[in-house]
Design a protein around this ligand. Structure first.
Ligand SMILES: [Zn+2]
Length: 237
């Protein structure tokens, strides 16, 4: 009994100490696909769990989304929305400046690059629904595609897996929805049509642009690079 009372006291004292934290409340954001999500900043405990996952070589981003995002069906979040959420969570938790290290591709000098997340361009996906119908330019047929979401991440983690699993994203090829027909036709399609579909499934060109130009301070070489979402991304840098 006495222990219980003491515990309640500790909790209310801690709550009182943190009551003025403005960041303890949820913030509403609009996603590139048009949906609305509520996000809250990462706590110290969550950051610790994410660093532990990173150290084991696992991807901590799903845990982060689970802990800090509400108002969405987590498995159905489009991948472009997920990337956007990760950047916004980082901004809300650690501020908008993201610093990371790279070595210059020309002179190999170690560089510290600093990016303001607020200044990264975001291209909204007009009418961003889960499904999209497009015309294939080479075989001149219509296909109904499903856009990649968080639940697909494992089956498309590299190009070869993406090609093996492409049929899963094709809901209809012309008038056919039979997976046997879809897989067979896929194996005979020109690469151009395959690339058109992959680009649409991955929503290429939409969402937050993670490509940045970095100038080497030692040799002046300009290089274009993808922002790394490594373990530093999920902690103060
Ligand atoms: Zn250089």
């Amino acid at each position: 009994m006495a222990i219980n009372e003491e515990k309640i006291d500790v909790d209310s004292i801690v709550e009182g100490l943190l009551s003025d934290l403005p960041t303890n409340t949820e913030t509403e954001i609009e996603l590139p696909s048009g949906g609305i999500a509520k996000i809250k900043p990462i706590t110290f405990e969550e950051e610790r769990q994410m660093v532990a996952l990173s150290n084991k070589g696992e991807d901590p981003s799903t845990l982060l989304i689970e802990k800090c995002v509400t108002g969405l069906d987590l498995n159905k979040i489009l991948l472009i929305d997920k990337i956007y959420l990760l950047f916004k969570l980082r901004e809300l938790s650690f501020g908008s400046v993201y610093k990371f290290h790279m070595s210059c591709p020309s002179c190999k000098e170690q560089q510290t690059i600093s990016i303001d997340i607020n200044e990264m361009p975001v291209a909204p996906l007009e009418g961003g629904s889960e499904k999209v119908e497009i015309d294939l330019p080479m075989c001149k047929k219509k296909v109904l595609l499903r856009r990649a979401s968080v639940s697909d991440e494992k089956v498309i983690s590299d190009t070869s897996k993406m090609l093996d699993n492409l049929w899963r994203f094709i809901l209809k090829f012309d008038e056919y929805d039979d997976p046997m027909i879809i897989q067979k036709v896929l194996s005979k399609l020109p690469a151009g049509d395959v690339n058109t579909m992959i680009s649409e499934i991955m929503c290429e060109g939409f969402g937050i642009s993670t490509e940045v130009m970095a100038r080497c301070s030692a040799c002046g070489h300009d290089s274009k690079m993808e922002l790394p979402l490594d373990k530093n991304f999920f902690s103060v840098s």
